[in-house]
Design a protein around this ligand. Structure first.
Ligand SMILES: C[S@@+](CC[C@H](N)C(=O)[O-])C[C@H]1O[C@@H](n2cnc3c(N)ncnc32)[C@H](O)[C@@H]1O
Length: 220
């Protein structure tokens, strides 16, 4: 057993994949994401993934994060405040229907509309033109055909070395939500078939509990 202050042996094997799969299903199905907040605003996220996003934003010197799916704005506020700490960057958060009570922050720009609408994509393209390091986080409609279309349309905004993150691949990967049917994991599978521009980075699942298994796509 690892005690505080004791180093875990590097040769100690990780838990078997099946144990992790079940642990992830238990975590997701507890629906604790319904009670996960950032600074008082609900963020429907796995906190382990939030930590990884922060690590990536710092390492890649991200200066534009494009989020599809705002909901209550907790994730947008998290990204904006991380940017504030880093002294650069902004978030574009897109939702088909923006609520009136979203958190406001100088580093957040909300856009209302479908994430695949031409006028929305034009605004995203304009913002991307002046950014050096762009990350895309797809967290809107999770049905496989829609997610795949989003991936196809947003891939071009991701700068080399940065990531497109297909949120909630856990639905149909573990699967944690089999009732949903083909979702983000199916979309990733289709997007990645024969795709030479992106690679799946599983090293970002090192915290073991994640809503994005196989969904961290690194642009080469
Ligand atoms: C999973 S929630 C987003 C969660 C949020 N990013 C968070 O972490 O708290 C999905 C959101 O996507 C929005 N949405 C659904 N279809 C959409 C579409 N076609 N375009 C843009 N947003 C969409 C919904 O209105 C909903 O607010």
């Amino acid at each position: 057993m690892v005690q505080p202050g004791n180093k875990k042996s590097a040769s100690e094997p990780p838990p078997p994949a099946e144990v992790l799969r079940i642990a992830n299903i238990i975590y997701f199905r507890s629906q604790v994401f319904e009670h996960t907040e950032w600074m008082g605003h609900k963020a429907v996220k796995c906190p382990m993934d939030m930590w990884v996003y922060q690590e990536l934003m710092h390492k890649l010197e991200t200066d534009l994060l494009i989020e599809t799916g705002t909901l209550l704005g907790g994730s947008a506020l998290f990204f904006a405040q991380m940017f504030e700490l880093m002294g650069r960057g902004k978030v574009i958060s897109i939702d088909i229907e923006l609520r009136d009570d979203l958190p406001q922050h100088p580093r957040i720009e909300y856009i209302e509309g479908s994430s695949v609408a031409t006028e929305v994509l034009d605004q995203v393209a304009a913002a991307s033109e002046t950014a050096n390091s762009v990350m895309v986080l797809l967290d809107s409609d999770h049905k496989a055909p829609y997610k795949h279309e989003e991936m196809r349309l947003y891939a071009k905004f991701v700068t080399p070395g940065s990531y497109m993150i297909a949120e909630d691949t856990c639905f149909d990967a573990y699967p944690a939500f089999p009732e949903y049917g083909p979702g983000p994991a199916a979309a990733v599978q289709k997007f990645m078939a024969g795709n030479a521009d992106f690679e799946v980075d599983r090293s970002l699942e090192r915290h073991m509990i994640t809503f994005v298994p196989g969904g961290f796509l690194r642009r080469k």
